[in-house]
Design a protein around this ligand. Structure first.
Ligand SMILES: [Zn+2]
Length: 438
């Protein structure tokens, strides 16, 4: 029925428009001839931007990657328009290129959204008329290899499964399998999607490219007349200080409850993190939040983010519960497998967190707890991790504290002090290291 379709369309447009409006403040507009860095977390961004001018007059030289012997499989393929020396220098070794549609208008805008905890980026081109980008207009250069269009891992997924099913016990070194393994490790993207949307109310069209990456990077992005470029960078190479803050549970996973089931742990954790965010936004620290909304995440996603970005500190917020109503207070879990680290380890960071948080909130100090074996994110973190069990939701006194605005603010202040104090200690360690080197 046509009316039906119109209604459905209108509903879809309004949802998309809402998403669009929500995203606008958090993306950086690409200006022609400039390099913009975007470190953007969806919805609640932390941005550190550098603007690096690219001379527009500089001539575009042909791409010389084809001379690289590691790149022989693609020797005949080139990035459209070639890449100028200037851009090549900025791109580094690993990057993604999106070929511009030929009829792009001067008012076209490109935005890069970093969904770091999902190992995903969304690249959105907005223009006054419909732009068309095909999958084979998306190129990657990764670890000396060149890729174009859909990632091979996506194309071969079916083959791999049927292969495994039909060749049980067959030679492990068969060329097919070797080739497939090679393909999955060398492309930097795991999936690629291109979607187009029309926004008649705003008289604009959006082309959205969603790329799932093999890990979380920091992204530098810029453009020339032919292409958009997204350079994949190690976060440590551009940020001085990096932390990952995790609000435990979320979405389908509520965590523990108050005894009357009115309060859910996931909400307590999130509101403490949002209070902490207000304090950290004023600091020159790159903070990756696993979530700033009520959304579900796997434990892997949380710990992968901390490991991918090589966080200096990984801080997770939780609330406790016990069958005994009388049990109350604060404890901090740490990874005792890191005890032989020479630099700050999990126990050092956990001790700082316990001290600062207890000092601020004044609940009972229950001490540090080694939990690498049974608490996944603690055990799997390759960075200094502290999981703060702030208070017991099963204890009325603790619960009163947790549910008050003032209580949450105190927890945030304690955690904030702990982070600054940990950086102070890390700074002293670095100075000590330099003295030893001399
Ligand atoms: Zn929990």
């Amino acid at each position: 029925m046509p009316e039906d379709r119109i209604l459905k369309r209108a509903a879809a447009y309004s949802v998309l428009l809402m998403a669009c409006v929500l995203l606008i403040p958090f993306v950086l507009k690409l200006e022609k001839g400039k390099v913009t860095y975007a470190g953007i977390f969806p919805m609640l961004p932390t941005t550190i931007s550098t603007m690096l001018p690219i001379s527009e007059k500089e001539s575009i030289k042909p791409l010389s990657y084809q001379e690289d012997p590691n790149c022989e499989q693609n020797a005949k393929q080139q990035i459209p328009g070639g890449i100028s020396e200037d851009i090549k220098e900025r791109l580094g070794n690993n990057f993604i290129v999106v070929e511009k549609p030929s009829h792009l208008s001067n008012s076209a805008m490109a935005e890069l959204i970093d969904e770091s905890v999902d190992r995903r980026i969304r690249f959105i081109i907005t223009d006054s008329f419909e732009t068309k980008i095909e999958e084979n207009q998306i190129y990657r250069m990764y670890q000396g290899n060149y890729f174009k269009g859909k990632p091979e891992s996506e194309i071969h997924t079916k083959d791999t499964t049927s292969n495994q099913a039909s060749t049980t016990g067959s030679n492990e070194n068969s060329p097919d399998k070797e080739e497939l393994e090679n393909i999955t490790v060398t492309d930097c993207i795991k999936s690629l999607q291109v979607n187009s949307y029309a926004y008649p109310e705003n008289e604009c069209f959006k082309t959205e490219i969603t790329l799932e990456l093999n890990k979380t990077y920091a992204y530098l992005f810029f453009e020339d007349d032919y292409n958009y470029y997204i350079s994949l960078v190690r976060p440590k190479d551009i940020y001085d200080k990096i932390i990952v803050v995790d609000a435990g549970h979320g979405g389908y996973d509520s965590g523990t409850y108050s005894r009357d089931f009115v309060y859910h742990e996931k909400d307590m954790n999130l509101s403490m993190v949002l209070e902490l965010k207000e304090l950290l936004d004023k600091e020159n620290i790159k903070v990756y939040y696993t979530r700033t909304t009520d959304r579900g995440l796997t434990l892997n996603q949380r710990v992968n983010l901390a490991n991918d970005v090589e966080a200096d500190l990984f801080l997770s917020f939780h609330c406790n519960a016990n069958d005994e109503r009388g049990v109350h207070g604060t404890e901090v879990l740490y990874n005792e497998k890191q005890n032989d680290w020479t630099r700050m380890n999990s126990k050092d960071f956990a001790a700082i967190c316990l001290k600062e948080v207890v000092k601020e909130i004044g609940l009972e100090d229950r001490g540090l707890v080694p939990r690498s074996k049974d608490v996944y994110i603690v055990g799997e973190a390759n960075v200094p991790v502290a999981l703060v069990e702030v208070a017991f939701m099963s204890n009325q006194g603790d619960l009163n504290f947790l549910t008050s605005k003032e209580g949450k603010q105190k927890v945030a202040k304690g955690a904030y002090d702990a982070i600054l104090s940990a950086y102070k200690k890390l700074g002293q360690e670095d100075k000590g290291q330099m003295a030893v080197m001399r």
